[in-house]
Design a protein. Sequence first.
Length: 673
Amino acid sequence: NVIGGAALVLAVIGGTAAGLQLVGSSSEPDPDAVTASQLATGDDTVVQTEEIDPAETVVFDWERIELPLPYAADVWNAQVASVGDGFAAVANAFTGDSDTTTITWTSTDGRSWAVADQAAGLTGTFDALLSTGSGFVAVPTTDGQDNGVSQIFSSSDGLTWSAGSADFGPLPPNEYAWFTSAAAGPETTVLAGTLTAEPPQPPILFPEAGIRLEQDYHAGELFVYDIETGALLTSVPTSSIYGDGTVRLYDKAGNTLLEIPQEELDDLFRANPSGITIERDGIRLEIDFESSFTFRATSVADGTLLLEGDVDELYQPTRLTVTDPNSGNVLLDIPMDEFYAAEQRSYRDVDYVQKSEPLVLVTSDGGEWVRADLPITVNGAEGMEVAGVTYGPEGFVISVVHYGEDYRVDALASSDGRSWEITDSSNDAGAELRISWDGAYYTTRPDRSGRSEVARSTDGVNWTTVHQSPSRDAFYHVVAGGDFGLVAVGQGHSGIVGPPLTISKEGRTMTMDYESGRVSVVDDATGETLTAFEFNVFDEDAPAQFQVDDDAGTVTITDEDGTVLMTVTEAEGEAAVAEQERTFGTEETLPYPVVAYSPDGSEWFTATTVGLDLAWSQSVSVGSDGVVIVGESTDSYLEEIGADGDTIVLEDGSVEATYGPAGVPVIWFGTTR
């Protein structure tokens, strides 16, 4: 959500940590404003610091509902839609083995939810489970089968599903499709996503050994070639490098001392999720999954320490040894750290960029999905994708984002979802998420200063801002509509402003004050200020005295005459931030929900969120008298649910203790008081 000069500053001067400290308003609070927790009554379970004008606020009542589970399962990808006079929610469920299933819940009022019968006609795990507004579309996981998606399921109620065939042409092994949005018209449903082509993996060179390695993740092989002749010498499975899920304890020479199959480890983990101890072949292996995430291997006989380290080291070998099967000669024998370093160098030496293009599928009956031709030429663009699709007063509308140097957003319209035309093209970053409601389109987007807003359009091309978020730290992610009105839902973080960041080198000290935006360079010997200027990284481009070089990863500061005073590298910025954190400490804030409401699309209010302990929304649907939000709760965000000792009834009637986050989806129903 940080744009323009802010991204450049945060990337070079201080990196992520400074970014956390820069995000947030440094202005003084409005003495006449009140907070949401002051305005509403009851226990406020989420820290809310956004300033709210009472004249622009509507008080909401929020009710939290944990969806019932029919058996022990981790649940994800939950979606909710308005169905008839009520709602339906659908989610993937993992039951602890290799099987996955789908659970459907129904509600007549958004408050009382019940598990429905097993969904008929729906099988598999899904890359995407999407709401069309009046139903659902499910796209199964492909795993490279049939060079792409072979089936797409659709449903009007989440209970009865029909399977259709997808036809968007053959895909080579290095291409895959993924989908992000769907919309339904009276007779047509459109599914929108992106077709991505993975570039070939860059070769990994070992000149001293005279060989190069080429990885093929789809084949699961690492091919070994002679650099001089180009001859293929041998190949090794990539699982021998990156692991295959089996826990193995290696000695320093790379020999396997102990091997534990993944299935056995899963059983031990279920019995004791905080840590396990295994004794086998004279070795005692202790793994701590709770605090340090480390392992310790000792001799059972005398307790001698054999090995210890991070748990990740148990899944990968310590050395890579490649042998020529014909001659028996060892072609390569190096520690894995050297392999990873060479692998990283290979990515720096080539232009390794994914290519992507928009993908739109359309169906009239759910039986056959056909790829629609779009009036867009890829022309080697770094990336293109459909950011959103909706059905409105003029038919279907999509927005296609072009990434790279020629960034722009194209608006496309279609009356039937099959024939499309470009209606607008702009470099405005907004209007990427769209819905239609009561004869107009609505979207959430950042304004030029980075503040989140809701915008309205009657034609899907020209947009007018109708609401802004209560603070720069709050961003709306989705807007949904129904008989109740329009609701925008998002997330915020309380701003943190740390002390000034200082970097000293070559007899000069640069100071960047996060509070005021003042940047200065002082001569250490004389105390003379060589330059000083202020700018708001969120609202303004960097001035001429603050020169950013993206390729080099540096910031150069000059005086007014253009004389270079100091050049700071990213590494120097990160080191300065580390020192700042050592003396100042770090502070993190919980995300808090932000909600906006409009009964008519024109007049908008900030909704109170007391009782809405929502960390992140997954899906939003508006009914006749309120809004339903399904998402991750704050306690799930903190991994406080699913504690040891909790039990869930399994499908066969037995009980099982849960471990880790329970994965129970949570729904909130909100309505005006």
